[in-house]
Design a protein around this ligand. Structure first.
Ligand code: B3K
Ligand code: ZN
Length: 876
């Protein structure tokens, strides 16, 4: 667990020219022979030894130019291989043999087995668990891969690139050879072998090349890959049209596996996916699953250019590929679905995941400068805030100059491993703009707080908007410089008409983008005939916390008339939030809970407004979560009071809107047969939102039970089950529905994950015991990351009252689980442990319990670097 610093970066002493790998696969003893051609980099020390990375390896053979290397010339440990006295100027070939055990690989990094399938995961540093190698992203080479395996058990032998050929290999074995002509870093290597079914299609590229598309899934599940295939073809087309990017091999493959540490992996030409993000049909997948599949298929495909063709110089540059690729997949989904609804979902996610990270002990810049364990930096800051920063570049430059900058980036850096500075330079060169101040977004952690207030001068017909920015201190960064903050802004008249100023002074305004660049700044809008209503940070043009007090009347006007639908939704949230905060305080004091009529009226008006798309109306009805309320309250939080307050507001809205919700529930039926398209999904979302409110005022589970019985798709079925289990957990109806769901889907692990997650999220102290019971059922597999995330992850991340029960038992349970998971799979353990990142916002008794649980982890003897890194930072 050494700390790695960006400042220490230097290129390797040796250049890798070619890689030739041969795998002789065996479940417990796979032989890997790596033939690597190197030459010494010009200008480096002619005596420097070659040092290769390893992780848990043992060397069983080493040749230099086909001759055994004498013992004195090399040194091999589990973590490295050092070879001395290598040629000064001529290329040489090193042949390294290692024997590895895929069956015993529970970390799911390197080569492992999942459900009888051999598969690999190499990002970030998994390739070094396969062979000794310069395992860093700035070492790029073409790869040839030969795979030898038992033919009956492994009819399928796959690797990156194009298929060269295959043949029998004696004694029931066969082999296949693959060649990937595109130089790539080791983290993009992949190998898959086993027996799988396939769905095939083709795509004709913009220059008329035919690409074979193959999605491999377990036999019998082929029909469930149809939606993923459709999403893949749409992604390929979109990347050609929007970014001018064409696919570059003869074949593109996706393999779905059931044991996977994250969502998916963009290995060149051979993406490996968590099967959760491939398999779908109406019976097993919700609308959210369909949307996720579409987004992740697109994301991994888009990496082919942003990540693979142009990759990262070092892991500090992770956002170079991840932030940019998330931006690209967000844009794709916005084009395929509804742009404002997509934006609302993105902002909800950003605020509930990234904002807490950015304001807590794990805060770090989008482009960090040091890390102890790189796998802990695949964070929502690098991904989602990284995407927001890319979006801001597009906002600052405008569509055409942004496109010009992207084109320049693709031209200038194709085939290279580059840095964030290289990326920014392309936009500076394309636009002539100086992005020095803007680039602070990559280097300063913390969510900026912008405080705004407006004054109208009727005599002068001016509106003065005073803005002040403050970037909070974060670990390792006590003081901050003012940032360049692009605020989309509009002014509205009392009748809802847009007011266009004749001019703006003391701040730059381009289109509707107001540029805040100083610590304090007052922009004056001239030619404003009447007192305007201000809409600030439209479409969430910048990821900030905004402090602006507006009357309920002004917010209601924005909610009704803004042309930017994101801003309408934001206004409804701003109307509702003070009620939820006050309700939490009142619940804690035992005071009666009330709710402003202006908020309820605006909410019901939006719900009822047929000019708005149903998906938007559903988003409007989804009140901020308990975690959102906790974040806004800012400290000394009591999860039970927050829950009680929010439930009371829900009940008040439900009561006031009973007839609205009843009508929506009746009218928002969707057509048979099922269609996963965005419009139908929106109708289901609105109908289920209505059902949630109706069940809030219902005193019995009859209506939810009827919905459960009538459901003909997983969206409706799981929504009804959630209501039964969360609202009426002790009812016979809830118990029967849970049992029925279990029995019906016992064979389908992905659906059982929903069953586990719904129960893990049941509010209240009793859920812990329920979870402990569920861990004993045969359907729960501790070694499977999806099962673990569904049960333990959902509990810790999404059940504030259950996890945060007052006696601290939830935190102690988590500590035990983390220590247990860490023995097998450190990455998974570290990820679930980040659920504790906001523990300091709890009231004192709970905070004490949380600290003790964290210290129990910290004191444990044999922690992985992954968990050690997180627990140390969280406790600091
Ligand atoms: N690049 C992978 C994530 C790898 C995580 C390694 N711990 C998936 C993605 O972002 O597309
Ligand atoms: Zn990615």
């Amino acid at each position: 667990g050494q700390i790695v610093h960006l400042a220490d970066y230097r290129p390797t002493d040796f250049v890798l020219e070619r890689v030739d790998l041969t795998f002789d696969l065996h479940p417990t003893e796979t032989k890997v022979e790596a033939r690597l051609i190197f030459h010494r980099r010009e200008g480096t020390d002619p005596k420097a030894p070659l040092v290769l990375d390893g992780d848990d390896l043992s060397l069983s053979g080493l040749l230099l130019d086909q001759v055994d290397v004498p013992a004195g010339q090399f040194e091999a440990t589990a973590e490295s291989l050092t070879v001395r006295d290598l040629p000064e100027s001529t290329p040489f070939e090193l042949t390294i043999t290692t024997i590895i055990n895929p069956e015993a690989n529970t970390q799911l990094m390197g080569l492992y087995r999942s459900g009888g399938i051999y598969c690999t995961q190499c990002e970030a540093e998994g390739f070094r668990r396969i062979t000794y190698f310069p395992d860093r992203p700035d070492v790029l080479a073409p790869y040839t891969v030969n795979i030898i395996a038992d033919k009956a058990a492994n009819p399928l032998l796959l690797s990156n690139g194009n298929f060269l050929g295959g043949a029998g290999y004696g004694e029931g074995k066969h082999f296949a050879a693959w060649f990937d002509p595109h130089p790539k870093p080791s983290y993009l290597f992949a190998l898959v072998a086993g027996d799988l079914g396939v769905v095939e299609d083709t795509f004709v590229t913009m220059s008329d090349r035919e690409v074979a598309l193959k999605i491999y899934v377990e036999h019998g599940k082929e029909p469930r890959a149809a939606y993923a295939m459709d999403a893949l073809k749409r992604s390929m087309k979109w990347d050609e049209e929007r970014f001018g990017r064409e696919y570059d091999l003869d074949i593109f493959m996706i393999v779905a596996v059931s044991d996977f540490n994250m969502g998916a992996m963009e290995n060149k030409g051979l993406n490996v996916f968590n099967d959760k993000y491939v398999l779908a049909d109406p019976e097993i997948a919700t609308d959210a699953d369909y949307a996720n599949i579409e987004a992740i298929i697109a994301h991994e495909y888009f990496h082919n250019w942003t990540g693979n063709r142009i990759t990262c110089r070092d892991w500090f540059q992770l956002c170079l590929k991840e932030g940019l690729t998330v931006y690209r997949d967000h844009e794709f989904s916005a084009d395929q679905r509804s742009r404002p609804v997509k934006r609302i979902a993105e902002v909800r996610h950003l605020k509930s995941e990234q904002f807490p990270e950015d304001s807590g002990p794990l805060a770090h810049p989008v482009r960090p400068t040091k890390y102890r364990e790189i796998n802990n930096f695949y964070t929502t800051t690098v991904y989602e805030k990284g995407s927001e920063v890319t979006r801001m570049i597009a906002t600052l430059l405008g569509r055409d100059l942004f496109k010009k900058g992207m084109d320049l980036y693709f031209d200038r850096h194709d085939g290279q491993a580059v840095t964030i500075e290289d990326f920014i330079k392309c936009f500076e060169d394309a636009s002539g703009r100086d992005l020095t101040q803007f680039s602070l977004w990559y280097h300063q952690a913390g969510t900026p707080l912008v405080t705004a207030s407006g004054t109208y001068d009727a005599a002068a017909k001016t509106f003065a908007l005073s803005l002040e920015q403050m970037v909070p201190a974060t670990p390792g960064q006590a003081t901050k410089e003012p940032m360049h903050i692009p605020l989309r802004t509009a002014l509205f008249a009392a009748d809802g008409a847009l007011l266009t100023p004749t001019s703006v002074t003391d701040a730059e305004l381009t289109d509707d983008v107001l540029h805040l660049t100083a610590r304090t700044q007052t922009a004056v809008f001239h030619g404003i005939p009447s007192r305007p209503v201000l809409s600030l940070n439209r479409s969430f043009s910048t990821p900030i916390n905004l402090q602006l007090s507006q009357s309920a009347k002004d917010l209601a006007l924005i909610a009704r008339y803004e042309t930017d639908h994101f801003a309408r939704w934001q206004a409804l949230i701003d109307l509702g939030l003070p009620n939820l905060l006050q309700a939490a305080r009142d619940a804690r004091q035992g005071n009666p809970i009330t709710c402003d009529a202006a908020f309820v009226d605006a909410l019901l008006a939006a719900a009822n407004d047929e000019s708005l798309e149903p998906a938007f109306r559903a988003q409007a009805l989804a009140l901020p979560s308990e975690a959102d309320i906790a974040r806004e309250l800012g400290g000394n939080n009591d999860p039970d009071a927050i829950h009680a307050g929010r439930q009371a507001i829900l009940a008040l809205v439900a009561e006031a809107g009973r007839s609205v919700f009843a009508a929506l529930y009746d009218n928002m039926q969707t057509s048979d047969p099922f269609s996963p398209d965005a419009a139908s999904a929106g109708r289901r979302a609105l109908r289920n939102a209505a059902l949630t409110y109706l069940s809030q005022s219902d005193n019995a589970p009859a209506r939810a039970k009827a919905a459960f019985d009538a459901a003909n798709n997983m969206t409706d079925l799981s929504a009804a089950l959630t209501i039964l289990a969360h609202r009426f957990p002790e009812s016979a109806e809830a118990k029967a529905a849970l049992q029925g769901f279990h029995d019906r889907f016992a064979e389908n692990a992905l659906v059982i994950d929903k069953w586990l997650a719904i129960q893990a999220a049941i509010p209240g102290a009793a859920t812990l015991e329920r979870i402990q019971g569920l861990m004993e059922t045969p359907l729960f597999k501790r070694t499977n990351p999806n099962r673990m995330r569904a049960l333990v992850g959902t509990f810790a991340f999404a059940n504030p009252t259950g996890f945060g029960r007052a006696d601290g038992a939830g935190y102690r349970f988590l500590a035990e689980q983390i220590l247990d998971i860490d023995q097998r799979n450190p990455q998974l353990a570290a990820r679930i442990l980040t659920s504790m990142r906001s523990w300091r916002l709890l009231e004192l008794v709970r905070a004490d319990h949380a600290r003790s649980a964290l210290m129990q982890i910290e004191r444990a003897g044999s922690l992985s670097t992954d968990v050690r890194d997180i627990v140390d930072r969280i406790l600091k």
